[in-house]
Ligand binder design. Structure first.
Ligand SMILES: [Zn+2]
Ligand SMILES: [Zn+2]
Length: 417
């Protein structure tokens, strides 16, 4: 008997449910009921639950999602966005230059196998459209002085503007244009002014024009994303602070034509471990490699002087050979090179400045040539148990009384085997 009672209740509930449901009407926004005497009651907005994906999208067919009202039978269905194609280069093209047309890569989708980009002729490169020009003094060429507001990641400076060659980029022209990632400059440009690209924090790649002769001061100062630069053959000078704080610069090719480096030019280039300096350079200037990552570097035989703090704090530097032509090592030149284990000095060196090798804590032995007439105060300070082999018989007058730390072991009249 009890069992029948439960079945009866169950049937009643089912019946009630279907009865109330059948009375609920809805449109796209509301649901409501109609009472026995025809009144609209309980009208309210749909109570929609979360979207559920009915069918996933592919890169060619959109999927669908649906959500339902908890109070009526209303359902809302929407198309999902297409999946992105998985682009793969199937035929390699040729990049266009300022001088020649190129060919686009053929790109296919690896999922649907459709062609996303066909191969075809890509036009010659032209200048970015938003550049601002000024006629030069001789009225035979244009100077790029900057750009209108732009967010373009590629800066292109082409061959000509209004029939005349583009010959120059003005100082500070693109300073703080942190959105630029790539710079390509056509070969009519013969001069790029100081600081033209400084603080371009996103700049990764730059193609400099062939006719350029000087890397002006601060040209790439604080270009923190710059990893690799090839300087064109013909450059004679790298200006002051030219690569200062390029803290990700790893690879730099300096052509043999370079004769002059600027002060601070590689200061804090922490990732620059290897560099080849060309013959012809006569001075390693002040703080040139201060705090850089230099591990391996040659001092060209033409160098006569290494200026103050030139290699200060180069904690990767392990060995250095000062060529015979070099006469002067100025104050702090190799101070705090904590990994410097080998220093080779040659006859010809005349002067070692104040604090020159101080705090080079890995140095255990050094030979001072007999040609050295001057050593500044505390040139060898804060180095435990350093053995200093001096070729002279006794301390020359020009050596400071406190030229070496008291705990250094000094051998006079040293003869090499
Ligand atoms: Zn509803
Ligand atoms: Zn696809």
């Amino acid at each position: 008997m009890k069992r029948f009672y439960y079945i009866f209740i169950f049937i009643m509930i089912l019946c009630l449910n279907s009865c109330t449901n059948s009375n609920i009407k809805h449109d796209d926004t509301y649901h409501w009921e109609v009472s026995e005497n025809g009144e609209i009651i309980n009208k309210e907005k749909h109570k929609l639950n979360e979207w559920t994906v009915i069918k996933e999208s592919t890169c060619i067919v959109p999927g669908t999602k649906q959500r339902k009202c908890t109070g009526c039978s209303y359902k809302e269905t929407k198309e999902l966005e297409l999946e992105e194609h998985e682009e793969v280069v199937t035929k390699k093209g040729i990049p266009a230059t300022f001088y020649e047309e190129g060919i686009y890569d053929e790109i296919k989708c690896s999922k649907c196998n459709n062609i996303v980009q066909e191969q075809g002729v890509s036009p010659k490169l032209t200048s970015s459209y938003e550049l601002v020009y000024e006629l030069n003094e001789a009225c035979d060429g244009y100077i790029v002085v900057g750009a209108y507001e732009s967010s373009s990641t590629e800066l292109l400076i082409g061959l000509e503007y209004e029939g005349l060659p583009i010959v120059e980029i003005a100082s500070n022209a693109f300073r703080y244009h942190y959105w630029i990632k790539t710079i390509k400059i056509a070969d009519n440009v013969k001069k790029i002014g100081s600081g033209a690209f400084e603080h371009c924090g996103s700049l990764e790649r730059v193609e400099l024009p062939k006719g350029l002769t000087v890397i002006e001061d601060k040209l790439f100062n604080s270009c923190e994303s710059l990893k690799e630069v090839t300087l064109p053959e013909g450059i004679t000078k790298i200006g002051e602070s030219a690569f200062l704080y390029c803290k990700n610069l790893e690879k730099l090719e300096i052509p043999n034509t370079v004769k002059e480096l600027g002060e601070f030019s590689f200061l804090n280039t922490r990732k620059l471990e290897k560099l080849t300096l060309p013959e012809g350079i006569s001075v390693i200037p002040k703080a040139c490699f201060d705090g850089s990552g230099i591990k391996q570097i040659n001092i060209p035989s033409t160098v006569k002087k290494i200026e103050g703090g030139a290699f200060i704090g180069c904690s990767n530097l392990e060995s250095i050979e000062i060529p015979a032509n070099c006469e002067i090592l100025e104050n702090y030149a190799f101070n705090s090179c904590k990994n410097l284990k080998q220093v080779i000095l040659h006859e010809g060196l005349q002067s070692i400045g104040q604090l020159c090798f101080s705090a080079c804590t890995s140095l255990s032995e050094i030979v001072i040539p007999s040609s050295v007439t001057t050593i500044g105060p505390t040139a060898f300070k804060n180095i435990e148990n350093l053995v200093i082999n001096c070729k002279v018989e006794s301390k020359p007058d020009g050596w400071d009384n406190e030229w070496a730390d008291v705990n250094c072991i000094v051998n006079w009249n040293y003869k090499e085997e």
